[in-house]
Design a protein around this ligand. Structure first.
Ligand code: AP5
Length: 230
């Protein structure tokens, strides 16, 4: 059976900034043939295009704080309405508060979708700092690099399309520290929320990308099988 034949359903990736959610979500989405929905990427795209949503989110994101639940929930509702989200999707960076998680549960039930498989990616604090300060991204294909851990073949340019890589404005030490605090304060409580529903699975994110990926496959497929029997 190939990944694309597996009924994965909704998958949520939880984990601190820099845990590798985006890196893994892209690989999972490709493997299972379902969309990768990153609220951070959607917000950054709105900021870049100067939309009304982007103008509201810009300063909040630059400070490393969370954008309001209402704005983000509306954005996710919009994305889930697109036809490619029917078979399942990987949510990266959403939900991030208990209010968002409760909203998502209601939304999935209203759409007749089953409960999500929730995977927490665990990485130690010092490794997170190195990952975030060293991250560089391709603006064209979204490929993620790290100058210390996963450098491109030629310094500063994408291996795939040779475009100049950029550093995210929120990847400075000061903003990283705020983002990690927001995570502890507002997103950590979600672990208990999903634990209570028996949905939380954990993978060790502090190992090479391929090994994390193998653990993710096991967690997703085990979780999807369990959700199918609920
Ligand atoms: P968002 O874009 O979601 O950022 P984040 O959660 O802080 O997560 P990151 O994208 O920084 O890290 P990641 O875990 O995806 O790591 P990555 O794979 O890139 O959110 C940004 C902002 O938007 C928020 O601060 C908030 O303001 C707003 N926002 C977004 N969603 C919101 C919501 N739901 N509610 C309210 N506000 C919201 O990897 C990091 C680095 O590590 C890379 O360089 C990579 O190459 C490297 N790496 C990855 N895996 C490995 C590995 N196994 N080994 C070695 N290096 C690795």
């Amino acid at each position: 059976m190939t990944g694309r034949n597996i009924a994965v359903g909704p998958v949520i990736l939880l984990g601190a900034p820099g845990a590798g959610k985006g890196t893994q979500a892209k690989l999972m989405a490709e493997h299972y043939g379902i969309p990768h929905i990153s609220t951070g990427e959607i917000l950054r795209d709105n900021v870049a295009r100067g939309t009304e949503l982007g103008q509201k989110a810009k300063m909040v994101m630059a400070r490393g704080e969370l954008v309001s639940d209402d704005l983000v929930n509306a954005m996710v509702a919009d994305r889930l309405n697109q036809p490619d989200a029917g078979r399942g999707f990987i949510l990266d960076g959403y939900p991030r508060t208990v209010v968002q998680a409760e909203w998502l549960d209601r939304e999935l039930a209203a759409r007749g979708q089953r409960g999500p498989v929730v995977i927490r990616v665990d990485v130690g604090y010092n490794q997170l700092l190195q990952r975030l300060t060293g991250r560089r991204t391709c603006p064209v294909d979204g490929k993620i690099y790290n100058i210390y851990l996963q450098p491109p073949k030629t310094e500063g340019v994408c291996d795939v399309c040779s475009t100049q890589l950029f550093q995210r404005v929120d990847d400075t030490e000061e903003v990283i520290s705020e983002r990690l605090k927001s995570y502890e304060r507002q997103t950590k409580p979600l672990e208990e929320f999903y634990q209570k529903h028996g949905r939380l699975r954990c993978v060790n994110g502090d190992q090479p990308v391929e090994k994390v990926m193998a653990e993710m496959f096991r967690a997703i497929e085990g979780g999807a099988a369990a959700a199918g029997t609920e």
